[in-house]
Structures are given as C-alpha cells and as structure tokens.
Design a protein around this ligand. Structure first.
Ligand code: SGN
Ligand code: CA
Length: 551
C-alpha cells in the first residue's frame, strides 16, 4: 500500500471550524462512491426544488446535497445511456471513445479510468447497468446486468459467475444495492476503493417495487408550463420526433393499460420473468388501472394528461427505491466510519423530460435532457449545503477521480477535475462553454442529429442530416451488413418505425436568461447578430479542436 500524503485537497476558504478539523483527520486518498441512475431527471430530486421533486421527495439524495454540493449546471456531452457511460469510463467525447450511438460499440482498446485507478492502488468495483461492449475492464469486482437489464429477477454476470449471466430473484434496485454492499464487505480495507453503482432505474418502462406500487396514486402532478408546446419558432426536429407523451407514449408497454376488449389481461406483455407473488401483486395493481381506463377512456388532451399523471406516478415510485438505496449506502458508510474519507457522487446518465415540451425520453440539447442531476459530498473538502453554478460536464468525472487518486490525467482526456470547485468559491479560469453532440438517428424516438454550444446565457444548436431512411447513407455502420447498426436499422424499417422526414441543416438560438423555457428560437432575429457570430466561432473552435468529422 502506498503511504498516503497528509494534505487537504483544496483550500476550503469559507469552511467552518468543524469542517477544517475533519479535513485535518483525512490522511489518505479518499474512497469514491459513484452512484449513477438511468434517466433520472433533476426535476425529480427534491434538493433541486422543482414542483415534481417537492411532491415526491428524495430525502437520501438530498442528504448528499445538504452535506455537500448541488451542481446546477451539470451537463452531458451526448444525452444517451451507452454514450454517457462510455464517456464516464474513458473521459472522452463520443466520437473519440467510439460510442456515438446506442447501437455502436465503445472502442474497448481505450484505457478505462478504472484501469488507471487500479494502477494507482485503488480497489475498483462496478455494479449494475454496464450497457457497454465487452467485459468491464479494470475492475477488481464487477457484477453487471445484461444490456438494459430488467426490473424483476434480472440476470447478472461477474467474476463470481464465471462471466455467465445468472438470474437472481428480486427487484433490480435492491439487488444492485446488495451487491454493492457485498463488495464493500469483502474489500481489502487497507486500500482506498472506487465503487460505481449503476442503477437500471428509473429507465423506461418504469415498473415499481411491489412495496411502492401506488404510492403516488393520490397525487396530481402539475403540468410543466411547456406541456402544450406547439413548437412555433422552432425547426422541424421538434415536430418529427417520436417522444411525445400524448402521441407516442404507449398505453400497453409504458402505462400498462390493455385496451383490447375480451382479451385476458397479461402482464407478460410489458414485464417478463416474474415469480408467483410478483405476478399476483402486479396483476392486481395494473389490471385495476387498465379496467378503470377502459371504463371511460380519456380522449385528446385529456388522454395526454392521463398519460402524464400515470407516467409520473410510476416513474417517481421507481425513483423512491433508488433513493432508499442511496440511504442504505450512506448508512453503510456512516456505520463503518467511511463517510469522512469518501467522495460520494449521485448523478444520472443524462436528464429526462417529464412532460416539458410535451415529451418523455431525452436526446435533445434542450435543458431537461442536456442537464443531469449532480450532487456530491466529501466531508471536510466540499462545503455542506453549497451550490455550484459553474458549467461541468460528464467528461470531468474521470479527471476528478484521477486527481483524487493522485494519478496523472492522460493528455487525451480534456475534461477538468472538479476538485477546484469543491470550496464553493467561483473558479475564475473555469470553462465558459460546453460542446454537445447527438448522433443517434434514425433510431428510437427519431430525434434528429445535432451539435451545439451552451454558455451561461445562450445556446446555439445546429440540426443536420438526411431524413427518414435516407439517413442510412450518412452512417457507414448502418450500411454495413452484419453490424449492430445495420441490424437495428433494418428492424426499424421493417417495423415501419422510421417515417420520412426532411433533410435538414438549420440553426436555433436561445437566450436562456430571457427565455429559460426555450420556447423562443431567436436565431436570425435582429439584435442577435453579434452573439450569434461569437457562439458560431466557439462552435467552430470545438469542431476544429476536437476534430469532429460530421456536423
Ligand atoms: C430503449 C427505450 C427507449 C430509450 C432507449 C435508450 N425503449 O430502447 O425509449 O430511448 O432505450 O435509453 S423501450 O421500449 O425498450 O424501453 S438509454 O437510457 O438506454 O439510452
Ligand atoms: Ca439513460
């Protein structure tokens, strides 16, 4: 074991006396507990203060915010699961780590941050949703789900299963927590650890734990102010997507309602592999919902509102189990006197629409999916109750872990360690903008390709690419028989999922100070010429420096 250096990682300028005392006690490099859920909107975390979060509190995630820092401008570089995970694990943007789209594969020859941490003497573990090609590299312990995983009785593989997937009975969020604790119990306590706990929840199709079914049934969630957005002033991408609650959210798969008359209600149409007790409890609950819907099916706008309410009730019930899991892990650290020397991170692989612009899912560069929740605690180093408004991005996680591990940051990682922000004092030479790029078209939800820059105040987005099946011509993998992209593309064409859409090449500009809801695209409007030129230059700089090859 290396001899830990006695030091405070950063000046906690305005820290209280108690904080200073704690810092002096931490004589070794910290442990890292990184908890990431899947599709958790910041609007659904009470620490962020949004109406939904206030009605469905997350007391344990809030504990991290209260004892640490809430980041209000945390962004992803590509709002999609596997790309976000590939970014976390390599510290690289999508086009550099190979995983630009869901159907692509991460470049497994890249060095993973887990390997670097291992080399630096950390004990590393990955539990839960991996959702990347290959075996998790650089982990002393891994126990991961297959692909997206399932909510009930999922299969896991790890060193202990000889790399084979084995089914485990229970609810995914609980099982993942149990395996995380299993690692903590069996680890070598003489070494610092980095444990990544990646929940499947609250990913679509939002099936709660039996104990949480119906917990929000008496709550009516307020519609977000943009719920009836008509996309006036915006380009065609906002209208040709398939992620609209009213038009595209599925009654059966998403909301568990079977509208076919005279057919037996079967859970297996939206959830598989249940045991008898799970079947009975879920059946009673969702059959009653289905019956009540069929007795008086809402239409038009009422249907959209009905879907929204039930979507939120399921989604937030699923999150309740995630919050409980966070509480269990924090309690474990506390009981084992690990809290003082552990950086605890809670975040999501991206943000999510909870009815904003009428949508569910993510992908777009508009705020609710570009922004991801992020809270961190590290007693003695992060000021309790602090809020960071500087722009951070998921390319920064790997550099942060390496800095804490006192390991060098490889030159190809261009993110920045977040440690200088921990004091809560503004850092002057911090980044003034972030770059975003979404590539996953034409697949699920038909969100068009786009890239863009966001500054504190403005957002410039470029939507581009051929529409409908013509988009295949722009993607070498979708044209190459045998690849995953090709197969998934063929399947979507056969299924009639991909509808025709125009070829596009247009810009949008938002002034987030005057228009935080992003309803007014002001690109090309008088008075915005100068800022447009500046933002365009910034976008060009990113494309050049990052060697972006399509836009
Ligand atoms: C599945 C979902 C999509 C979702 C993607 C990506 N459909 O395909 O709604 O956008 O995952 O999600 S489902 O009917 O199979 O649930 S991600 O978080 O993994 O990127
Ligand atoms: Ca996700």
């Amino acid at each position: 074991m290396r001899i830990p250096s006695r030091r405070t990682l950063l000046p906690v300028a305005a820290a209280t006396c108690a904080v200073g005392q704690l810092a002096a006690q931490s004589e070794s490099r910290p442990n890292i507990l990184y908890i990431m859920s899947d599709d958790h909107a910041y609007q659904a975390i009470s620490a962020y203060g949004d109406p939904v979060g206030r009605l469905a509190p997350t007391p344990n995630i809030d504990r991290i915010a209260r004892q640490g820092m809430r980041f209000d401008q945390a962004f992803v570089e590509n709002s999609l699961s596997a790309p976000s995970r590939a970014c976390l694990i390599t510290g690289l943007y999508s086009h550099l780590n190979g995983q630009r789209q869901l159907a692509e594969g991460i470049d497994t020859t890249k060095t993973y941050v887990s390997e670097l941490l291992q080399r630096a003497g950390y004990q590393t573990a990955m539990v839960g949703k991996w959702h990347l090609d290959g075996t998790p590299k650089g982990f002393d312990y891994y126990h991961v789900l297959n692909d997206q995983g399932t909510y009930y009785n999922p299969v896991f593989r790890g060193q202990d299963t000889g790399g084979k997937y084995l089914r485990e009975e229970g609810y995914a969020t609980n099982l993942i927590t149990d395996h995380a604790i299993e690692f903590l119990n069996q680890r070598d306590p003489s070494k610092p650890f980095c444990l990544m706990v990646h929940h499947k929840a609250p990913h679509r199709n939002w099936i709660p734990a039996l104990r949480h079914l119906g917990m929000y049934d008496r709550v009516n969630f307020p519609l977000p102010p943009t719920f009836w957005d008509d996309y006036a002033t915006r380009g065609s991408a906002t209208r040709t997507q398939k992620m609209h609650i009213g038009n595209h959210m599925e009654l059966l798969n998403d909301l568990k309602v079977d509208t076919f008359k005279n057919r037996t209600y079967r859970l297996s149409r939206f959830v598989g592999g249940l045991n008898q007790n799970q079947t009975e409890v879920l059946y009673d609950y969702f059959k009653a919902r289905s019956d009540s819907f069929n007795a008086a099916p809402p239409q038009g706008r009422d249907l959209a509102v009905w879907k929204y309410q039930h979507y939120l009730r399921d989604y937030l019930s699923v999150i309740h189990a995630v919050d409980e899991s966070v509480g269990q892990l924090l309690d474990y650290l506390e009981k084992n006197h690990l809290l003082e020397n552990t950086l605890v991170v809670y975040t999501s692989d991206q943000g999510f629409y909870l009815g904003e612009h009428g949508w569910f899912d993510k992908r777009f560069m508009y705020e609710e999916s570009l922004r991801t929740p992020l809270v961190m605690m590290y007693p003695g180093h992060i000021r309790p109750g602090s809020v960071c408004r500087q722009m951070v991005q998921n390319i920064d996680f790997a550099p942060t872990f390496l800095r804490l591990a006192e390991a060098p940051q490889p030159a190809e990682m261009t993110g920045r360690p977040l440690t200088p922000l921990f004091s809560g004092e503004p850092v002057k030479d911090w980044r003034k903008s972030i770059y975003y790029h979404y590539y996953d078209y034409p697949t699920w939800h038909l969100t068009r390709k786009h890239d863009g820059v966001r500054t504190d105040r403005y957002k410039l987005i470029h939507f581009y690419g051929r529409g409908g099946t013509r988009a295949q011509q722009e993607n070498k993998y979708q044209r190459m028989p045998g690849t995953r992209e090709y197969n998934s593309f063929q399947w979507m064409v056969k299924d009639g999922y991909i509808v025709d859409a125009p070829d596009i090449d247009y810009m949008e500009l938002y002034d987030l100070r005057n228009d935080p809801l992003e309803l007014h695209n002001v690109y090309g409007q008088k008075g915005y010429e100068k800022i447009t030129r500046q933002l365009q230059r910034e976008l060009d700089r990113y494309r050049r420096e990052l060697q972006i090859d399509e836009y």
